[in-house]
Design a binder for this molecule. Structure first.
Ligand code: SF4
Length: 193
């Protein structure tokens, strides 16, 4: 081999390291700092002295491009859902979603509201959902340790499901928002598009 030659590695050549990668991912979860709904109020106690989630390698991160754990912390309206989808798509694979409370699962106390999304996993893939209204910090910690175990076992596969079933997710999104919503809205938020 000479200087300047390009080396091509097949992804499968690294598969032997996959358990190590999964362990490292589990130990360094960066949370996308975008809290939706009431559950966000449980985040300060989780980050402060009592629960101190930094001891698990978890930290709040300002950018979706560097985050890998997206917390959906409560009810979701169509307006918020657009932001959630765009933010989720900006995150790099592998990425994980933890949903707090009854609202993202079935609409919760807003189940009969005209403006609350009743079943979030029709639009984006959820890896772990925590029941309750609102789930206490202990329950959220339990959800976090559950997602860490799933990452280590290779079972937190929402990001793969999103890719493999993208047409289905996209169809559901378009049914709710109308076709072309993504381009129209993204252009409004991202001036360079
Ligand atoms: S589950 Fe309860 S606490 Fe959570 S967003 Fe819904 S109403 Fe608020």
């Amino acid at each position: 081999m000479q200087n300047g030659d390009v080396i091509h590695y097949e992804l499968k050549e690294f598969q032997v390291f996959e358990p190590l990668f999964r362990w490292a991912r589990k130990k360094s979860l960066w949370i996308v700092a975008f809290c939706t709904g009431c559950g966000g109020i449980e985040m300060p106690p989780l980050a402060n002295a009592r629960y101190d989630f930094e001891r698990f390698g978890i930290m709040i991160n300002p950018s979706p491009r560097m985050g890998d754990l997206f917390l959906i912390t409560g009810y979701v309206t169509p307006k918020t859902l657009k932001r959630i989808i765009i933010t989720y798509e900006m995150m790099q694979d592998p990425k994980y979603i933890l949903a707090h409370g009854s609202c993202p699962i079935n609409g919760g106390v807003y189940w009969d509201s005209y403006n609350v999304v009743k079943q979030l996993d029709k639009y984006i893939p959820i890896d772990v959902a925590i029941a309750g209204c609102m789930p206490r910090a202990e329950a959220v910690m339990d959800g976090i340790t559950t997602i860490m175990k799933k990452i280590e076992n290779g079972e937190a596969d929402g990001w793969k499901r999103y890719r493999e079933n993208y047409e289905w997710y996209r169809k559901n999104q378009d049914e709710l928002f109308g076709e072309g919503w993504r381009e129209k809205d993204a252009r409004r938020w991202l001036a360079w598009i």
